[in-house]
Design a protein around this ligand. Structure first.
Ligand SMILES: [Zn+2]
Ligand SMILES: [Zn+2]
Length: 137
């Protein structure tokens, strides 16, 4: 699906939410997105931002992941970036490439699904938390 086909099924607000997600090199929380849209002169309520984000997820145009803190971060569906997240302090760092790149289920395993994206996330302890854990012991 190219971006022109994408925008045909979206209203103007959804188009600007999606454009803002694509413009940002990093994932955005609903609040950050809300703030950026306002700074950009596009007044929109926070509840409306979340509603449009849910709609974009349903259309397979946006993706979401949750940090250990419960915070939800959004990115455009086509961005194939994965993260290392520290279970202890919540530090989250992008991997520089996707370990799953090009790996897909065989067509018969996909059971007729149109595959849009995958998720993969590593959890562990960051160097700082590893260090303070061993200092405590
Ligand atoms: Zn940590
Ligand atoms: Zn990937």
């Amino acid at each position: 699906m190219d971006s022109e086909a994408d925008s045909q099924q979206l209203n103007a607000k959804q188009v600007s939410v999606l454009a803002m997600l694509r413009e940002s090199s990093e994932e955005l929380s609903g609040q950050e997105l809300h703030q950026r849209l306002r700074l950009n002169g596009q007044p929109i309520g926070l509840a409306t931002v979340y509603r449009h984000l849910r709609q974009l997820q349903r259309l397979g145009l946006a993706r979401c992941r949750h940090l250990p803190s419960g915070e939800a971060l959004y990115a455009p569906r086509e961005r194939d970036t994965h993260h290392l997240t520290c279970v202890s302090c919540g530090l989250t760092l992008p991997l520089d490439h996707c370990p799953m790149h090009g790996i897909q289920p065989q067509p018969e395993a996909a059971q007729g699904f149109e595959l849009l994206f995958h998720t993969l996330e590593y959890f562990g302890r960051c160097p700082r938390c590893r260090h303070s854990a061993s200092a405590d012991a």
